[in-house]
Design a protein around this ligand. Structure first.
Ligand code: F6P
Length: 319
């Protein structure tokens, strides 16, 4: 391969820039020309494709967001959109494409492989919801952002002796809520992967009060419902003062942690290596701290598994 391209797609995540940088620098290292596709699949369809230089990825390893911009493309879901995308790649004589994004972006990448453009996926999402990889790029940074926010909320929760219900992102996955809840010492963690009924939540709150504890932190993953409705139910059953914080998109921004920069650098470089080895239709992952690659079909047929032992541990530590 003499010419390849890279794009970012779906929700942005801190570390995507580090992955773009790694892909560009690795391609240069091997003497391969590399193009950046701007605005995700929408930009691909429009032909927003520009040649990258070593300098174009300078000074970005520490920056959140993505210099290539991103999008959730409706048009790319259509056959017409995909054909236009292939045409644009052919026009630039691009022989392989790296897609940094989540599972929806990988499904898009598969369509391009089927239409003759080899693709490799790099998992970039704060949700950590991609099968076959222990971590996705951006998860660690978002987790640290959440923990920092909870620590601050804890200060005021303690001062006012209130119960705080904090809603975090994760779409259908509870990883962010679970890991943040464990790291920040939350009293209850409510995630889609585990049933926790209201009686149990109330009983745990009362147990804390019986020990003299007058403040509590409850983390709710967005996938189980709104923090406001949990707050209303808790107030109705305890009569205690509650407050709600929805952390929102603050979780998606910020400078990536060292962990995410490392992960992104390793994965971005590995994606180039795979294309140059003639591989396609695969995603890069990390398993037991080793970079691996997995067939898209095999990976996407599976469901991301949250580690329920961490959930059980959090429950035993927050009695
Ligand atoms: O997939 C990343 C994510 O941040 C999810 O956690 C969240 O549900 C969703 O994207 C929000 O999407 P949008 O930025 O389109 O509001």
């Amino acid at each position: 391969m003499k010419k390849i391209a890279v794009l970012t797609s779906g929700g942005d995540s801190p570390g995507m820039n580090a992955a773009v940088r790694a892909a560009v620098r690795r391609a240069f290292y091997f003497g391969v020309q590399i193009y950046g596709v701007y605005h995700g699949y929408n930009g691909l369809i429009r032909g927003d494709i520009r040649e990258m230089t070593l300098g174009s990825v300078g000074d970005i390893i520490h920056r959140g967001g993505t210099i290539l911009y991103t999008a959730r493309s409706e048009e790319f879901r259509t056959e017409e959109g995909q054909l236009k995308a292939v045409e644009q790649l052919r026009r630039h004589e691009i022989e392989g494409l790296i897609v940094i994004g989540g599972d929806g972006s990988f499904r898009g990448a598969q369509q391009l492989t089927k239409r003759g453009i080899p693709t490799i996926g790099v998992p970039g999402t704060i949700d950590n919801d991609i099968p076959c990889t222990d971590f996705t790029i951006g998860f660690d940074t978002a987790l640290n952002t959440i923990v920092e926010a909870i620590d601050k909320i804890r200060d005021t929760a303690t001062s006012h002796e209130r119960t705080y219900i904090i809603e975090v992102m994760g779409r259908d996955a509870g990883d962010l809520a679970l890991w943040a809840g464990l790291a920040a010492g939350a009293e209850s963690i409510i995630i889609p992967e585990a049933d926790q009924d209201m009686d149990d939540i109330i009983e745990r709150l009362h147990a804390g009060h019986r020990r003299g504890k007058k403040h509590s932190i409850i983390i709710v993953a967005e996938g189980v419902g709104s923090a406001t409705s949990y707050a209303e139910q808790i107030k109705a059953r305890t009569g205690w003062e509650t407050r709600v914080t929805v952390l929102g998109h603050i979780q998606r921004g910020g400078s990536p942690t060292a962990f995410d920069r490392m992960l992104a650098s390793r994965m971005g470089a590995a994606a180039v290596d795979l294309l140059l080895e003639g591989k396609k239709d695969r995603m890069v992952g990390i398993q037991n701290n080793r970079i691996v690659d997995i067939d898209f079909d095999e990976a996407l047929a599976q469901k991301h598994q949250l580690d329920l032992s961490v959930y059980q541990l959090a429950r035993t530590l927050s009695i």
